[in-house]
Design a binder for this molecule. Sequence first.
Ligand SMILES: [Zn+2]
Length: 264
Amino acid sequence: MDFLKDKRSPVKPVFVNAHCHLELTNLAGKMPKNKPFFEWLSVLRKEVENWTKEDYQASYLKGLELSSKAGTSIIYDVGNQMSEPEFSGFTKLYSMHEIIKQPLPEPCTPHSIYATPPELVREAVKSCVKAGIPWSIHLAEFDESDRFCDFLDIFKGEQEFVRNGLIIHGNFLKEGDLAFMAKNHIALVHCPESHEWFGHKDPEFEMWKKSGVDICIATDSLASATSLDLMEQVKTLFRRYPKAFTHKEAMAAITTVPGKYFYI
Ligand SMILES: [Zn+2]
């Protein structure tokens, strides 16, 4: 049969990781599970207390190496230590500077509405939209305290800038939030291992899917996950929620769906 003679390898899917923090890779195995976020954060701060710029860079490079081994081609990374190297072997690497309290050089994106002052959230998001790069923000993760409507309020009179972005976690998003996101090219990024790590409430997958919002599956960092392999995230998702997605939907969530936001 002719096709058996064809030695070309089949076209592989392009794996796209829409959310990670590569500079935290070397925290693997050092962070507690099932702790309230701010307790977890204080352990993180202690762990990195004496890290030098070189330590962050080594951690970042380790993350790149692991991602590459796992077959990831496109990475949207957020970090605030300016630890990214100038060159990498990646087809596409978005190294975003994540703003917490202080402005950072572009390309930058806000961390969250609880950690980043509103004016810096606004400026970072606007700069991304103007540059045609997706912005990202951790939002609606813990409870009702970091709501989508509070994020929208930051853009009073300039809501046209709330498009082409990534909402990370979004455990507490409401139907109306999802409808807004679906209409404005804003994806919801679910990180299965990280979700389990913090013991968040079960995601409302049915509502997410019904809304038509783009759903991406990503890794988050090794400070709240054990692997930077997107397939491992899919396995975690199916172990915990076997009926939430079809295999086709799960594969799309690590390839073509996030792929709509990034270009090679
Ligand atoms: Zn994150």
